[in-house]
Design a protein around this ligand. Structure first.
Ligand SMILES: [Zn+2]
Length: 127
């Protein structure tokens, strides 16, 4: 990914109301480094990683957050994807953390899980 793509993502995330997942990432209008894809879920390396390992796991259909009724239909597949992704690093020794936001904590209004592992690289208040 080049810097131009990275600034598009940054602006999108900070412009409330836009859905970068449905608009750009899922239809592959911008390139991200995919690490997993099934019929319903994708996962990719975060473009601005906060940890040594920092992945985003998100459904391909629009789900606002974990409180959205549609989440019930994709929950198992999302957690199955998260389990597979965590095995990409030595989670038992370096640790892992899974995080999602709801309501005003959520900048991009499309359900996504951050999967972190290893050493913290920086602090980002906008996550
Ligand atoms: Zn969406």
């Amino acid at each position: 990914m080049n810097n131009a793509d990275n600034s598009i993502i940054k602006n999108y995330i900070h412009d409330v109301g836009q859905d970068i997942y449905c608009d750009l990432i899922i239809p592959k209008k911008i390139l991200v480094e995919m690490i997993y894809e099934s019929e319903t879920v994708i996962a990719f390396i975060h473009t601005n990683p906060l940890y040594q390992y920092h992945f985003i796991v998100t459904p391909k259909i629009h789900v606002e957050d974990i409180m959205d009724k549609i989440f019930d239909g994709v929950r198992d597949e999302i957690f199955s994807a998260i389990q597979k992704i965590i095995t990409r690093f030595d989670y038992q020794n370096i640790g892992a953390k899974i995080e999602t936001n709801v309501g005003s904590f959520q900048k991009s209004k499309h359900l996504h899980f951050h999967v972190f592992g290893g050493k913290k690289l920086k602090i980002d208040p906008n996550i």
